[in-house]
Design a binder for this molecule. Structure first.
Ligand SMILES: Nc1nc2c(ncn2[C@@H]2O[C@H](COP(=O)(O)OP(=O)(O)OP(=O)(O)O)[C@@H](O)[C@H]2O)c(=O)[nH]1
Ligand SMILES: [Mg+2]
Length: 312
């Protein structure tokens, strides 16, 4: 029996499947939306822009169909090699997708960055349908909202537009039903219980990075990379050790904090979340190391797993 038979046994004739790229500027709520659609945390979220750094897959499965949502790093004008990598990753994801969800933050008027993004998407989309998702509808006052909606809709020709709040869920079901209907007929590609393409080592590193992003300011959140060096599980007890890389000695001092206060806080927040995810006890050991200017050095970036080739 082939894998196809295992996955596709008893699926309806008109089963649908496809790839949906979720694109948008940093901080518009792409990861929040994907986590909501999948019903669990696939991607880390923070109030700071440029949280997501790699292409990440969120897999939705039902009897009706399977949709592979691709979370992309926010499209922005890059300042580092890491930034270039992030933009390239997002652009690469446009290829071979069945639909582009373009997320815009409707709590503000479109800015130059939004117009630039709309041009980029228009240039790269080919024949792929574009659905505008006007997110953060919960924020503006009703009068401003109506104006902002019109201004955002005018940015780019689109097939459909939805007004939603990824945070509280308003409008998400309607948008999702539409997306499913647009998917071509096709098989189930992944087993029904698989929700992402990332392993637990990567997710653990990302959870640590999220807590750093939430607890630090200015350059620190962006200067950090996290690598899991060890991950063992025995009788529902997980021992995880991870290294936090920063670019300078001063940043190392800030991450550790006075009397180790900051690293303790990061560690205990990460541990709490990992225990919930893994449904078991977690021992988390964190180290901090300086890897001078790693964001500008392609070899160091590769060592930390930011490798454009893997994305193809
Ligand atoms: N009020 C409100 N806040 C939202 C909504 N959606 C997302 N947010 C918040 O916006 C911030 C950014 O959300 P993310 O999901 O990390 O945004 P992103 O587009 O993935 O950002 P990058 O990964 O940096 O490109 C977080 O603080 C979210 O809680 C929404 O519908 N309403
Ligand atoms: Mg994100």
């Amino acid at each position: 029996m082939s894998l196809d038979d295992v996955f596709n046994d008893s699926l309806p004739e008109d089963h649908r499947s496809g790839v949906v790229v979720v694109a948008g500027r940093p901080n518009v709520g792409k990861s929040t939306l994907i986590n909501r659609l999948i019903g669990q945390k696939i991607a880390i979220v923070s109030p700071k822009p440029q949280t997501t750094r790699r292409r990440q897959l969120g897999i939705f499965t039902s009897e009706r169909g399977q949709i592979l949502f691709i979370d992309t790093p926010g499209l922005h004008a890059p300042q580092h090699r890491l930034g270039e990598y992030m933009v390239k990753t997002a652009e690469t994801a446009f290829r071979d997708s069945d639909l582009i969800l373009l997320l815009l933050d409707v709590s503000a008027k479109p800015e130059a960055g939004d117009r630039h993004l709309a041009e980029t998407v228009a240039r790269l989309r080919g024949d792929t349908p574009v659905v505008l998702v006007l997110n953060k509808a919960d924020l503006p006052a009703p009068e401003t909202l109506a104006e902002n909606v019109e201004a955002h809709k005018a940015l780019i020709p689109h097939d459909q537009a939805f007004l939603i709040s990824a945070l509280n869920g308003t409008g998400v079901d309607e948008m999702f039903a539409y997306i499913m209907e647009q998917m071509p007929h096709g098989p189930r590609y992944y087993p029904a219980d698989q929700t992402s393409d990332m392993n637990m080592r990567f997710i653990a590193a990302e959870v640590v990075r999220e807590k750093i992003m939430l607890n630090t300011e200015q350059e620190i959140p962006y200067s950090v990379a996290v690598e899991v060096d060890g991950f063992t599980e025995k009788e529902n007890v997980n021992a995880i050790s991870a290294t936090i890389y920063v670019e300078r000695d001063t940043q190392k001092g800030i991450i550790i904090g006075k009397g180790g206060e900051m690293i303790k806080r990061i560690g205990s927040q990460a541990r709490a979340e990992l225990e919930e995810m893994l449904d078991g006890k977690v021992f988390l050991e964190l180290h901090v190391k300086v890897l001078r200017n790693w964001r500008s050095d392609e070899n160091l970036m590769k060592r930390l797993g930011y490798r454009i080739k893997d994305e193809d």
